[in-house]
Design a protein around this ligand. Structure first.
Ligand code: CUA
Length: 155
């Protein structure tokens, strides 16, 4: 069987790309310890209501002005709601769920993560523009998934 030169070039090119992409995954995962934002810290989803941080989630302001926002995303609302944060400071969101997987997306920004029962998902964001933002659940979580919205106020 003969394979045309052009076909061989494309085959080797495609193989090279695959090796490069897989290599990039391994290099970043091993050398730079890149991990997903969740799965590092666990929390018992059955005792969320009496949990010191997530039982009655309170926004905490650090000495440097940055804020930590613990959030419980449960069927079919976010707690606290509305969430009020200052503009131009580091906001650390800490998310968990007492029931099923929910999404947490601050519409119009790049703040977007999953709330996973049993785990704390943590990520940071900074909001430069004051205003009211809609928080949407973007993981199908049940019959009222479409109604699971919250509000983020940036002052
Ligand atoms: Cu919660 Cu969809």
């Amino acid at each position: 069987m003969t394979i045309a030169l052009y076909e061989r070039i494309w085959m080797w090119g495609a193989t090279g790309l695959i090796v490069m992409f897989l290599g990039a995954i391994f290099v970043t995962a091993i050398a730079q310890a890149v991990e997903p934002p969740g799965h590092l810290e666990t929390v018992d989803p059955t005792t969320i209501l009496s949990h010191p941080e997530f039982g009655k989630p309170q926004i905490v302001t650090n000495a440097d002005g940055s804020v930590v926002v613990p959030i419980v995303a449960g069927m079919f609302s976010f707690t606290p709601d509305p969430i009020e944060v200052p503009a131009n400071v580091r906001v650390t969101f800490r998310l968990t769920s007492p029931d099923v997987i929910h999404g947490f997306q601050v519409v119009g920004t790049n703040a977007n993560a999953m709330a996973i029962p049993g785990y704390v998902t943590q990520f940071t964001a900074t909001f430069a523009t004051p205003g009211e933002y809609t928080i949407a659940c973007n993981e199908y979580c049940g019959t009222l998934h479409h109604a699971m919205v919250g509000k983020l106020t940036v002052k």
